[in-house]
Design a protein around this ligand. Sequence first.
Ligand SMILES: [Zn+2]
Length: 119
Amino acid sequence: MSRDMETRRAREAGMVAFMIGLYCRAHHGTEKGALCPDCAALADYARTRSARCPRMAEKTFCSTCPHPCYAPAMREGIRQVMRWAGPRMLLYHPVWALRHIANTLRHKLNQTGRSEENS
Ligand SMILES: [Zn+2]
């Protein structure tokens, strides 16, 4: 396990947790630093998936993964959080947000012209 990958994993986990926190505060009225049970479950789930992800080396974020490992209900939940919190990340963490946008674009460019995953 390379250090770079660990950094990436930690960064992704931190970003997801942060976004879920923002979303929960705005939508469920929780205190800063707290999560409602639903969002806590989602955050736990996301953290576990990220920690076990075998594809961390080839992707930048779960949303760019060609094989998302989220269960459908969790995927829908996280998608809602991302859709709402994504644009707000530019305000709170512009560096993260821009890096993520850049990574996503690069990933998309790489995908076109590359043959489908074979594993
Ligand atoms: Zn919540």
